[in-house]
Design a protein around this ligand. Structure first.
Ligand SMILES: [Zn+2]
Ligand SMILES: [Zn+2]
Length: 594
């Protein structure tokens, strides 16, 4: 860790704060709470856009989330002197390498101190070597048996780390942005991009893949390996490396020369199944496609002469050039799953007008302080307006969702009055809506005469996730057949990594929706991302319309929009299939309940 007499940048400061946090955690007791504060601080600093020096000079550190006076003074000290009194003191208290070593089950602080004293062990690798050489058994308090179980524990630990945990998309994106931020400070960098599952906007990301180009790729790798929040290098060559960051995320960088960038990006974006099929298609056409180049073999046969062949490597300036060379439509990264997109691209049958973030004109599915949201109607409206939206739908919970502060009629009346008042103050059009519970019999949660007065109705399941598939199907069919126009909210109720989609006959429900006054929500909450792309594609076959929603419980969550759009793209949706690409009046008409 570069803690010498030098000013530290935000990455090095974040790394130092993280180390303080880990050491405080190891101290245990009340220090743990302090540790958490330092961890929050590390995140806040790493997430600062641009230069930390300016913020420090202007004394604005305490305006960052979670940073109080004590933390601010340590950050200042780190920035100016390159060291921190708190960190120095903590390091004195513990043997070196304790953070890494304490991750092995069974290794207490005392044991680590003993090993350090007797054998000078300062890292996991050193401990493993010492145990393999039979040195640990001779340390007081350890024996042959303990040595053996330590070796097993280390092996398990290393294996667990190989199958690193998967991060939710928005977490991976936040960490990935910090990685890109750092790589962009490299001299000689030409291009850099996410690749892998992060570029394909998968719900969860195992390895954050990055492809970058420079005339000196090796220097780029060296630069990246100085990223201060790296805790472990798993793998390293001249042009690539895989590392683990403090938060447990795995990052893999591939560095190439500029002409190789488009192909490397294509290759590393995957999915493996997509790339392998495209590779096959290229071979069938007599082309040789690999990570470095695309070669076309031109074979000439003349009557008098024997056949000759010549290899040509056409210049590929952009990744998008690859597909047309194979007589295919361009395939956007979100579609590269080998789920029919290749065949469609060959037939020129992929959607031409795939939905984009810029197409969205209105924020759908917003909660406020009237139910379980954090911000007021006006705050939500102004935030949506600041994002360039033309309308926002206020859709708080209905009475059955009492745990989420669902609105009974009197409070609903008050909310409508407040919406009218707010409308006088803002330009953005406010629509009065509800997220009505779908009850066990499939009815919605307000009487029809009330439902008809809303501008928009979202109908969602919020309980009975374990209902049997038949009953659930019936319930949904009844709900979708209700006379008012409704939007099926977070369709199958999944919570990523926490709750699977509930069981029902989805195709049957889609058949009914196609014949009813209903549309389907693509929910952008990164914990939900519902419905799944395969079902979106099934629905669009039936010409069902969609809205892309944010399901926002705070103004900040309006940023969920990009995840909703990504899911819609993964489901191949075009602009004209998404209702909230319409301007305000047309949208209101399209979703009018009555
Ligand atoms: Zn809901
Ligand atoms: Zn909601």
């Amino acid at each position: 860790m570069p803690l010498k007499n030098q000013t530290l940048d935000k990455f090095a400061i974040a790394a130092a704060l993280q180390e303080i946090a880990s050491l405080l955690e190891l101290k245990g007791g009340v220090s743990r709470f302090k540790g958490r504060a330092y961890q929050t601080g590390a995140r806040a600093i790493a997430a600062v856009a641009g230069d930390i020096a300016k913020i420090i000079e202007d004394n604005r550190l305490t305006s960052l989330p979670g940073i109080g006076n004590a933390l601010a003074s340590q950050i200042k000290q780190l920035h100016v002197t390159g060291s921190s009194s708190v960190l120095d003191n903590l390091r004195q208290e513990f043997p070196p390498g304790i953070v890494e070593l304490s991750a092995v089950p069974g290794l207490s602080n005392t044991k680590i101190a003993k090993l350090h004293e007797a054998l000078g062990v300062t890292s996991l690798a050193e401990l493993q070597a010492a145990a393999e050489a039979g040195l640990v058994r001779n340390v007081k308090g350890f024996g042959a048996k303990t040595e053996q179980s330590l070796l097993e524990a280390i092996a398990n630990h290393n294996r667990d780390n190989k199958t690193a945990k998967r991060f939710l998309l928005h977490h991976a994106q936040r960490i990935g942005e910090q990685v890109l931020d750092y790589i962009r400070t490299a001299r000689g960098l030409e291009e850099v991009s996410f690749a892998g599952s992060l570029r394909r906007w998968q719900e969860t990301v195992g390895t954050i893949r990055v492809v970058a180009s420079s005339k000196q790729p090796a220097a780029l790798v060296e630069h990246f390996l100085r990223f201060p929040v790296i805790v472990k290098v798993e793998d390293q060559t001249d042009t690539s490396c895989t590392v683990e960051l403090v938060e447990g995320a795995r990052v893999s960088l591939r560095a190439v020369r500029p002409p190789q960038f488009p192909l490397a990006l294509f290759w590393d974006t995957g999915s493996a199944a997509h790339v392998s099929k495209v590779h096959e298609i290229a071979s069938r056409k007599g082309l040789e496609l690999n990570r470095q180049s695309l070669k076309i073999q031109i074979i000439r046969t003349g009557k008098a002469r024997p056949a000759t062949s010549r290899v040509r490597s056409p210049e590929i300036k952009h990744e998008a050039d690859i597909y047309p060379m194979l007589q295919m439509q361009y395939v956007a990264p979100e579609l590269r799953e080998d789920e029919g997109e290749i065949e469609a691209a060959l037939r020129k049958a992929l959607p031409e007008d795939l939905i984009t973030l810029a197409d969205i004109q209105g924020m759908v599915h917003c909660h406020t302080t009237y139910s379980d949201g954090k911000h007021s109607i006006e705050q939500m409206a102004r935030a949506a307006e600041a994002m360039g939206m033309k309308y926002v739908t206020i859709t708080d919970h209905s009475p059955t969702a009492f745990y989420a502060g669902g609105l009974k009629l009197d409070r609903l009346q008050r909310q409508w009055e407040e919406i009218d008042e707010t409308q006088q103050k803002v330009k953005i059009k406010l629509l009065k809506g509800t997220e009505s519970d779908i009850l066990s019999d499939g009815k919605l949660d307000y009487p029809d005469r009330v439902l008809e007065q809303f501008d928009i109705v979202i109908a969602s399941i919020h309980s009975r996730y374990k209902m049997n598939a038949d009953k659930m199907t019936k319930c949904l069919v009844t709900a979708m057949q209700q006379p008012v126009f409704k939007i099926w909210g977070h369709a199958l109720g999944r919570l990523i990594q926490r709750r699977p989609p509930f069981e029902c006959d989805v195709e049957r429900v889609l058949d009914v929706i196609a014949e009813s006054r209903a549309a389907i929500e693509v929910n952008g909450d990164p914990y939900r991302l519902d419905m799944e792309p395969r079902w979106i594609r099934e629905a669009r076959k039936r010409k069902i319309k969609f809205v892309i929603s944010v399901d926002a419980h705070s103004a900040g969550a309006l940023n969920n929009l990009k995840y909703g759009v990504a899911m819609a793209r993964r489901g191949w949706l075009q602009q004209d299939e998404v209702l909230n690409t319409l301007e305000a009046k047309a949208f209101a008409k399209a979703v009018q309940p009555a």
